[in-house]
Design a protein around this ligand. Structure first.
Ligand code: UGC
Ligand code: NI
Length: 166
């Protein structure tokens, strides 16, 4: 039986087991540049592993997913974290799972607001980028370097995500 996954709003607390939420948290703000700039400091820390690894910045231009969307797989990056920060002013969907003896558990789906990004910690199961509504750009910080940084798992049965109400 194909389960439809609930969608929860993204909060730092609910996402904490999987990584950080990148948003202008007043508790992280310090004034700089003579008081003309608010710096929201150290919202997340990119992680990289392995000889010759480096943090890189990319832009991902995601095509909107069609709904109901079938989650057939999850992936993880054993050698580095990966962050997604919206550049197009649009919300997006993300799905993460706990690790259960080397395979992802039931995906947990979150709706990120247009002002929220996420940083998946190294080796956290997640679904690839899910843009919604329109083609959307994201600033992505992740790891480049030697070694295999992608592990994928394909479910026997897909999970469904219904169209989110925005
Ligand atoms: N493959 C790739 O770079 N993208 C995925 O890792 C993703 O999480 O979208
Ligand atoms: Ni990824």
């Amino acid at each position: 039986m194909t389960d439809t996954l609930p969608i929860r709003p993204l909060t730092a607390e609910s996402f904490a087991p999987f990584g950080e939420v990148i948003e202008a948290d007043p508790a992280r703000m310090r004034l700089i540049n003579g008081g003309t700039t608010e710096r929201f400091h150290a919202l997340a820390s990119p992680e990289i592993a392995g000889e010759g690894a480096r943090v890189i910045l990319n832009i991902f231009r995601g095509q909107p997913r069609r709904f109901p969307y079938a989650v057939t797989m999850m992936e993880r990056h054993p050698l580095g974290s990966q962050s997604f920060t919206p550049l197009s002013g649009r919300p997006f969907l993300l799905a993460v799972s706990t690790d259960e003896d080397g395979r992802p558990g039931c995906p947990q789906v979150f709706l990120a607001a247009a002002h929220q990004g996420v940083n998946y910690r190294r080796n956290v199961w997640h679904h690839p980028l899910m843009a919604i509504g329109e083609t959307s750009d994201f600033l992505v910080a992740d790891r480049d370097g030697p070694g295999n940084n992608l592990e994928e798992f394909f479910f026997d049965e897909p999970f469904l995500i219904a169209e989110p109400s925005l």
